[in-house]
Design a protein. Structure first.
Length: 131
């Protein structure tokens, strides 16, 4: 019975984590395809709560799985925590940079380039966890 609960919880966690790369691909598509800065900001602000909800689901389902293992620490748990910290920290940093970047065209172009790198890094980190 306990094994069935573990397998179900693990499948749920993997399914939720598989949504992360989809979110980052959508954000990268917006950054490459949308040319108007105002509409780009609206689209990124639309996706921002989804990224944070994904991070919250990753955290809580991960802690639930970790509790089922009696909080035995492993390198996998540490790596997943590090990736989650990078993703959520990068998203907070992105929002802070946007507040400044909105004021000038040159800052906005630098912000878009930085966001492409951030979402590319997030995508690579999330995909690396599946290997």
């Amino acid at each position: 019975m306990m094994e069935l609960a573990w397998q179900s919880a693990l499948k749920f966690h993997v399914f939720l984590m598989a949504l992360g790369p989809v979110l980052f691909c959508v954000n990268l598509a917006f950054l490459w395809l949308v040319k108007n800065h105002a509409s780009l900001n609206k689209k990124l602000y639309l996706m921002m709560p989804m990224v944070f909800m994904w991070g919250a689901m990753a955290f809580f389902s991960g802690v639930f799985l970790w509790a089922m293992q009696h909080f035995n620490f492993s390198w996998k748990v540490g790596l997943m925590g590090l990736v989650l910290g990078v993703v959520c920290g990068g998203e907070v940093w992105r929002v802070r940079k946007l507040k400044i970047a909105r004021t000038k065209e040159s800052l906005m172009l630098a912000y878009i380039t930085w966001c492409k790198g951030l979402y590319g890094l997030n995508l690579l980190l999330c995909l690396a966890l599946f290997l």
